[in-house]
Design a protein. Structure first.
Lengths: 139, 305
């Protein structure tokens, strides 16, 4: 199967197979007015199977959010049909304003205006904790 | 400017420093009677805890400082719906340091970010209560003169007891420490305390269900309250309750120099007949708490004798 080349845009490669749709939704790609191609379960030497998303437009991406959801992703920025930047995602130190703390005893559960914030406390086990109550974030 | 929200915010050398200050204060109270002259401590207690609040206030008064504050949310602006951030920002304009208690976990983090003055967490729900742990540490130190190599038994409600979790975290940083967790199945120490604090440092621990079977091994026995509402039914509670009550008979096989601790208030988990035993250290904890709070206030205000 061949999906058309992108002239100017972004390719999210090495997405864990099956996560593509989650990423599509979190990045709100349905709101874009350009072509977005979602390729699911493509063959990959490295991963066996992977998902790929091609976006036919340059856009700002929150790399911390992307890194948190799937740190294996590679982001390729395409200009005039060439890859001009390749960026390997990694687990961010902090995730701000994306995840919600689910601890009902947390101060964020009663003070709605507080920004929910998590910090990486264990890189090997990929554990994030609420900066207020230390509750572990659930993916 | 620094706040203390969790016992692990303090390094081991800072703990040593606080203990040294507290001991000096006990030996030479006069020397410290004016060190905080002109400074104000605000005690912001969004939920009542007379014991802890009085301890902070007594500590500040003994340093020659003054105190202001409120003792429950209904008498404060929080009752009108003001946020923790706004309340502490306002109080930070009047006070030099804040001791705050709040029923919600993490509220002191919000306060520390906004107050503009040091904030001490005086208990945030079931989360942290670092000055209780400071009291516990000074008590162990004054009785044992070391933290290393001690076998610490913790008995009762180990699941919900934040003082237990916090003391495990603090003591786990010292060499040669061992833990013995004594509790009913329903109230066992949470797995995360073991995976976060003990396993990474290869600290030996065991879990048992009666204190009699481990009593001779212990250097410290830390008792906690077993509350009836933690159980599914009354029968289980009644059946288990007596197992976790310390009596002179159970103490018979303990080491001569073991110490018995309890964060207080107790209900009936330590028989009053134990109070006169020289191993009973729970009333010492109260006094030690005041001295450690005073030492911490001095440290955060950066005042010296
Ligand atoms: Zn939280």
């Amino acid at each position: 199967m061949i999906i058309g080349q992108i002239k100017d845009g972004i390719v999210l490669d090495h997405i864990t197979a099956g996560r593509g749709m989650d990423i599509y939704k979190i990045l709100e790609l349905e709101k874009l007015d350009c072509t977005v191609a979602m390729i699911e379960r493509a063959a990959s030497h490295k991963m066996g199977r992977k998902d790929i998303i091609k976006i036919d437009k340059d856009m700002d991406i929150d790399f911390d959010v992307l890194g948190y959801i799937d740190p294996g992703i590679t982001v390729n920025v395409i200009r005039d049909g060439e890859v001009v930047e390749r960026r390997q995602m990694e687990l961010p130190e902090r995730v701000v304003g994306v995840l919600k703390c689910k601890n009902p005893r947390c101060i964020t559960s009663v003070e709605q205006e507080l920004t929910h914030e998590f910090k990486l406390t264990d890189r090997a086990r990929q554990i994030y904790r609420c900066v207020y109550c230390d509750h572990i974030a659930s993916k | 400017m620094r706040s203390i929200l969790n016992i692990t915010d303090l390094s081991l050398s800072e703990l040593d420093e606080l203990i040294a200050t507290a001991e000096d204060m006990i030996a030479n109270p006069k020397k410290y009677s004016e060190v905080c002259h002109g400074k104000k401590l605000a005690t912001l207690f969004f939920e009542p805890s007379t014991r802890t609040r009085l301890s902070f206030e007594a500590a500040m008064l003994e340093l020659g400082g003054s105190v202001l504050g409120f003792s429950e949310a209904s008498s404060s602006s929080a009752a009108k719906g003001e946020s923790v951030a706004d309340t502490t920002r306002v109080v930070g304009c009047y006070a030099d340091i804040i001791a705050m208690r709040h029923p919600k976990e993490g509220a002191p983090v919000v306060a520390a970010r906004k107050a503009g003055v040091p904030v001490i967490n005086a208990g945030d729900g079931g989360h942290n209560h670092p000055t209780q742990t400071l009291a516990d540490l000074l008590t162990i130190w004054r009785k044992k003169h070391t933290f290393e190599g001690l076998t610490i038994g913790m008995c009762g409600d180990l699941k919900f007891g934040r003082t237990v979790h916090s003391l495990v975290g603090a003591m786990a940083r010292y060499a040669g420490v061992k833990f013995v967790f004594i509790s009913p199945e329903e109230l066992k120490i949470p797995q995360y305390v073991i995976t976060d604090e003990l396993e990474p440092r290869n600290i030996p621990y065991k879990e048992v269900s009666t204190m009699e079977e481990v009593m001779p091994e212990l250097d410290v026995l830390y008792m906690t309250r077993v509350q009836g509402e933690r159980f599914f039914n009354e029968a289980d509670y009644i059946r288990l309750r007596d197992t976790y009550i310390l009596t002179p008979e159970k103490l018979a096989t303990a080491k001569e120099d073991m110490i018995v601790m309890h964060p207080l208030p107790r209900v009936n988990e330590i028989s009053v007949k134990v109070d006169d035993d020289p191993r009973a250290a729970y009333f010492d904890q109260v006094l030690n708490g005041k001295y450690m709070r005073a030492a911490l206030i001095m440290k955060l205000l950066e005042v010296t004798v």
